[in-house]
Design a protein around this ligand. Structure first.
Ligand code: MG
Length: 267
């Protein structure tokens, strides 16, 4: 999982130097979407495949739980219309580069199906699904911010065949949402793609605190049991490593060791 923003050819060269041949491309909220043809050409030249294009939005912050609730995804009413247009634009970007799917964090979905925010977001997800379907794309919701049963009820209520999940086991831990392996058992039929990411639970007794993201294998997910569970539920899609460490050198070291860990476990 990597981000657009830098020179496309150089970004892809960094990934192929690690032996990676495919991945998920994140689009920062302020990136002009007119750079799609440059990405298409660079991907083609390197024979590099994009499984998913991720949309992020201007003004989002993942500082703590209340900030996520206030700023992330489709939930904040003030930015809803603007973010809907942006998501449709990201779907068009994905069509230009030939990616089969888009994804985003929609934010904290309210549990009550009669909540006006729930209804507005459900209808918005339907419109995004329908636009994505016009490009033959799937639309995946990133997991983590709500328990598996709430997310499953939401997916069933949206009722669009191209809607699914990008399952991130670490997010379930970082947000204190529930055991990710158990959640994967429930959500498996809807999982389109996954993030191989690790992390530790939030500190006890600190209201609204998030857990801490860790290098793959160093957190509380239990990567061997995660991969075993993916196999058990019949998942055969890509394993996308996500590492959010802010220091780029650290990030590359951790991605290298994550690749080695996954190769070991697969063997
Ligand atoms: Mg993720």
């Amino acid at each position: 999982m990597f981000w657009a923003g830098g020179d496309p050819a150089q970004t892809i060269a960094e990934l192929t130097s690690l032996g990676i041949r495919s991945g998920q491309l994140g689009i920062p909220g302020d990136l002009p979407l007119s750079c799609a043809p440059q990405w298409r050409d660079a991907l083609r030249a390197a024979n590099f495949r994009i499984h998913t294009v991720f949309a992020a939005y201007k003004g989002e912050s993942y500082a703590d739980v209340p900030t996520v609730q206030r700023t992330v995804g489709f939930i904040p009413p003030a930015t809803r219309a603007e973010r809907e247009q942006r998501t449709l634009g990201v779907s068009d970007f994905a069509a230009v580069i030939g990616a089969p799917g888009i994804a985003t964090h929609i934010g904290f979905v309210p549990e009550s199906q009669s909540d006006p925010d729930y209804i507005a977001v459900r209808d918005m997800v339907r419109r995004v699904c329908d636009h994505a379907a016009s490009h033959n794309q799937t639309f995946a919701l990133e997991t983590g911010q709500e328990p598996a049963r709430v997310l499953m009820a939401f997916l069933n209520d949206v009722a669009r065949p191209n809607l699914g999940i990008n399952f991130d086991p670490a997010n379930m831990i970082l947000y204190g949402t529930g055991d990710p392996i158990e959640a994967l058992g429930i959500l498996a039929p809807k999982v389109i793609t996954v993030h191989c990411k690790d992390g530790d639970w939030p500190p006890a007794g600190v209201a609204g605190a998030l857990g801490k993201e860790k290098a793959l294998g160093a957190g509380s997910v239990g990567i061997p049991r995660f991969l075993a569970k993916l196999r058990e539920v019949g998942y055969r899609g890509p394993l996308s490593i996500e590492r959010e460490a802010s220091d780029p050198a650290r990030r590359m070291v951790d991605i290298r060791s994550a690749i080695a860990l996954i190769a070991d476990l697969k063997a």
